[in-house]
Design a protein around this ligand. Structure first.
Ligand SMILES: Nc1ncnc2c1ncn2[C@@H]1O[C@H](COP(=O)(O)OP(=O)(O)OP(=O)(O)O)[C@@H](O)[C@H]1O
Ligand SMILES: [Mg+2]
Length: 391
């Protein structure tokens, strides 16, 4: 271990809401060494009684492969109990790879940076987004109030209400036929509720049709993939951009200059999304030929091309294998962190919901039966009964 004491390697910067942890030049070879360090971290965090961003310095730090999982486990615990987000500096190639791999299977962001300035900048961006998101329950960004929806004699939704904060990953769960997709259709303007209100950024938009709702900044993906199967990945993602295009055909003909410039701008934007979702290799492939998991990813790409403020995702991981699910969960988290996009997510996989959502609402037979954090909902007897009841 380095000559510096563990105590001196942990610094709290109040003004940045950040705990800086300095692993530089340290070697972790045994579980005891890891525990010694993290016991001190945990103790200091517990005393602080609040959450912090973590800035972790890995310069010339060596973690022996045999103890990586213990190291990661302690880090994760600290994060879950007291973390707001982590940035990492100066990790050597091997450490970087290990962190990236673990980030993928355990659904956290690797956030690796070359130096402290870059990491601090990233931290300040994360803090800014969280401040914008706010925590005041009264000022819901998207507010769903007393929604009723009937199809003939069927009551699909009965007096359902909840508030979604800006920047959060909000999940809707519930047994089959509970009304989840119907709720998303009401939010997107596809269904007009029998009564109730949808308020977005303080304005009532209950009566707006889908295209107008889309213009306000809503994009969605569907429970059953809705892509143009004969068209390439690139073109499918590009269709998401249509709404943003201003030039009309006549102008195109008269002044090809501005139109051309606009098209280039849109193409660049779409290429950025394709890079982000790591689908460069299938840019020119007709989506009908792609495996299911990739089609779902293209559909996410098309929704992202709309540059939405709110992304509505109807079972984005349904029918996927484990690896595809992990990828998708990571992309959802990445989009949320990178762009601060608010997400309303329907998902059946409880593990995923519990891992990535900030808030969960539970529907059953068209009614809201519970609402809260993933932990609150998971242990709610009413929720457990609803799921068991449906077998
Ligand atoms: N367009 C429609 N016409 C008639 N009934 C509908 C329509 N859409 C939904 N319903 C009914 O509303 C109820 C809720 O359906 P919804 O699709 O919202 O459930 P869900 O929670 O998304 O279920 P799943 O988990 O199976 O996707 C069901 O009884 C369904 O049959
Ligand atoms: Mg559904």
């Amino acid at each position: 271990m380095g000559e510096q004491s563990i105590k001196d390697r942990i610094t709290f910067h109040e003004s940045l809401e950040t705990m800086e942890v300095d692993f530089s030049r340290m070697t972790f070879a045994t579980k005891e060494e890891i525990d010694a360090f993290y016991d001190e971290v945990d103790r200091r965090l517990a005393v602080s009684k609040r959450r912090w961003y973590f800035l972790v310095n890995y310069v010339d730090c060596v973690i022996n492969p045999e103890v990586w999982s213990q190291f990661a486990e302690r880090g994760k615990k600290a994060n879950v109990s007291h973390g707001l987000g982590t940035v990492r500096i100066g990790a050597a190639a091997e450490t970087r790879d290990t962190i990236r791999k673990r980030a993928r299977t355990e659904r956290f962001r690797a956030n690796l940076y070359e130096n402290r300035d870059e990491a601090l900048f990233a931290l300040s961006e994360m803090r800014k987004r969280r401040q914008v998101a706010g925590t005041d329950a009264d000022s819901a960004y998207l507010s769903v109030e007393g929604i009723n929806l009937h199809f003939g004699g069927i009551t699909a939704l009965q007096n359902v209400g909840f508030g979604v904060q800006r920047g959060e990953i909000f999940s809707i769960i519930g047994p089959n036929g509970a009304g989840k997709t119907s709720m998303l259709n009401v939010i997107s303007g596809f269904y007009r509720p029998t009564s109730g209100q949808i308020v977005f950024e303080g304005k009532d938009r209950t009566q707006l049709p889908t295209h107008a709702v889309a213009r306000l900044g809503f994009a969605r993906t569907f429970q059953n993939i809705a892509l143009f199967r004969g068209m390439t990945t690139l073109d499918n993602v590009m269709t998401g951009r249509l709404l943003k295009m201003n030039s009309n055909f006549l102008l195109d003909a008269l002044y090809w200059g501005p139109a051309k410039r606009e098209e280039i701008k849109h193409r660049e934007y779409v290429e950025e999304i394709i890079d982000f979702l790591e689908i460069q290799a299938i840019r020119k492939t007709p989506v009908g030929r792609l495996p299911y998991g990739l089609q779902k990813r293209v559909e996410l790409g098309r929704a992202l091309a709309m540059d939405p403020k709110v992304l509505l995702l109807d079972e984005p991981m349904a029918g996927m294998n484990l690896e595809e699910k992990e990828d998708m969960a990571r992309f959802v988290l990445d989009v949320n962190e990178e762009w601060g996009t608010t997400m309303v997510l329907i998902e059946h996989d409880m593990g995923v919901v519990m891992d990535i959502s900030t808030q969960v609402v539970v529907l059953d037979h068209g009614e809201k039966i519970a609402e809260g954090t993933p932990d609150e909902v998971r242990t709610d007897p009413v929720v457990i009964r609803a799921y068991l009841g449906e077998g």
